[in-house]
Design a protein around this ligand. Structure first.
Ligand code: FES
Ligand SMILES: [Fe+2]
Length: 434
């Protein structure tokens, strides 16, 4: 005789949690005893149960950056976005808005769309040809012999979407966090002048980093390691994240140059009515953000060896190439650099506890011609190199976290944003587990 299967079900018959209660309590304890100012304990980077909690509490609850409007310019264009156990279809509809659908067929669960991006009318599942409208309604299911089959009950599940300044965000929670409205109001005025609706993809790169998603985000929050980025250091001041009083002697000269470049950038921004002030709310709001406009070295236009423009066409209604970089970090999974001539978006999609997809997209003005207005190799060179270097750094840390000899180490002053990101993460998961 087989024993009854004992699973906790919530009111809608779903598994209430992927973890047994005692394990959940153990994990809650790990969060509670997190030592402030120190990197996380090894299981946060290596343990499948904590990864599952991350998917539930962070990627299952918060607004996630999915793609930019340039990736789906026409009605019917779509991208599929996969993270953890989820696969979503993000599809441009006839109204110009976006539909977000779970990419899980309501017949027997097959992936409906299998390409990373494309264009489609109706959505046809490849297994038994169930056919859905672009808004997810089931419009055709050949059902031999069926008499009581209510198609109205079997539409693709929908999720929430938001489009702000040409960036598309998705949220699979029943009730998305409300404070994204306020966060959007912070970043929209910074980004809107670059007008993403008039850009196109010059290049997109997908790399899998052999590291936990939090290590990817942590690595992005500090420039303590920027000596490891020789190409980036041509244009990005390696003093990023530092303040008067903590400048190492070898960077003092750079620091002076940086301050001078920043004050002339701010003067230009005031002239053009562009916001530039630092807004830093990494652990003080639900949708944690840091945004600012910061100077670049050399000509101050773009991420190139001499700081000069990499595309000849200005974006949007901008009137000057010397606008440095408007940079935004948005938790949990993205960062961006908006320059006068091009935009780079970075989306982080966790695969499992030790692998993360980092998607980098270079956008240029939609009338910029490759080979005429920009050279693709030059446009992408700095960040392709930088991404490879960052991938290596993340992977070194993942290896370390997997060693029995690992123990959390202290974050330095210049790593205060890493600490803030981790604070944010711990708070969000604790709220969810409470
Ligand atoms: S699983 Fe999609 S039609 Fe059968
Ligand atoms: Fe880096």
């Amino acid at each position: 005789m087989s024993a009854p299967v004992n699973v906790a079900l919530n009111s809608r018959g779903k598994l209430a949690s992927s973890l047994p209660a005692h394990q959940r309590a153990e994990i809650a304890e790990l969060f509670e005893f997190r030592r402030a100012g120190y990197s996380l304990d090894a299981p946060f980077y290596t343990d499948r149960s904590i990864f599952n909690i991350d998917m539930e509490a962070i990627f299952g609850q918060h607004w996630i950056y999915a793609a930019s409007v340039a990736e789906l310019p026409e009605p019917g264009d779509y991208v599929t976005v996969d993270y953890g156990p989820y696969s979503l279809i993000v599809l441009r509809n006839d109204d110009g808005d976006v539909n977000v659908l779970h990419n899980v067929c309501r017949h027997r669960g097959a992936r409906v769309l299998t390409e990373a991006a494309g264009s489609t009318g109706n959505l046809v599942c490849g297994y038994h040809s169930w056919t859905y409208s672009p808004s997810g309604d089931l419009i055709h299911a050949s059902a031999p012999g069926e008499t009581k089959f209510d198609k109205g009950c079997f539409g693709l599940k929908r999720a929430h979407s938001r489009m702000v300044a040409g960036l598309i965000f998705v949220c699979i929670a029943d009730e998305p966090p409300a404070d994204f409205d306020e966060t959007s109001k912070i970043f929209e005025p910074y980004l809107a002048p670059h007008d993403l609706s008039k850009t196109k993809i010059a290049y997109q790169q997908n790399i899998i980093e052999e590291g936990n998603w939090k290590l990817v985000m942590e690595n992005n929050r500090e420039c303590y390691h920027c000596d490891g980025h020789p190409e980036l250091a041509c244009s990005l001041f390696p003093t990023w994240g530092l303040t008067d009083g903590v400048i190492p002697p070898h960077l003092e000269e750079v620091w002076d140059r940086n301050k001078e470049a920043q004050s002339s950038l701010e003067e230009r921004c005031r002239r053009y009515g562009l916001p530039y002030e630092v807004v830093e709310e990494l652990d003080t709001r639900v949708a944690g953000i840091r945004i600012s406009r910061e100077s670049l070295d050399g000509e101050g236009e773009s991420f190139s060896p001499d700081g000069r423009r990499l595309s000849k066409k200005l974006l949007g209604d901008l009137r000057d190439f010397r606008l440095g970089r408007c940079s935004m970090h948005l938790q949990p999974n993205s960062w961006f650099h908006f320059q006068g001539d091009h935009v780079i978006t970075f989306a982080v999609f966790p695969v499992n506890e030790h692998q993360t997809l980092v998607r980098t997209t270079w956008l240029v003005a939609d009338d910029a011609e490759e080979g005429v207005d920009y050279d693709l190799e030059k446009l992408t060179y700095t960040w392709k190199q930088t991404n490879l270097q960052d991938k290596a750094f993340v992977e070194l840390c993942q290896k370390g976290a997997s060693s029995p000899a690992y123990e959390p180490g202290p974050y330095m002053k210049s790593e205060y944003q890493v600490e803030a990101f981790i604070n944010w993460y711990v708070q969000r998961v604790q709220e969810h587990l409470a």
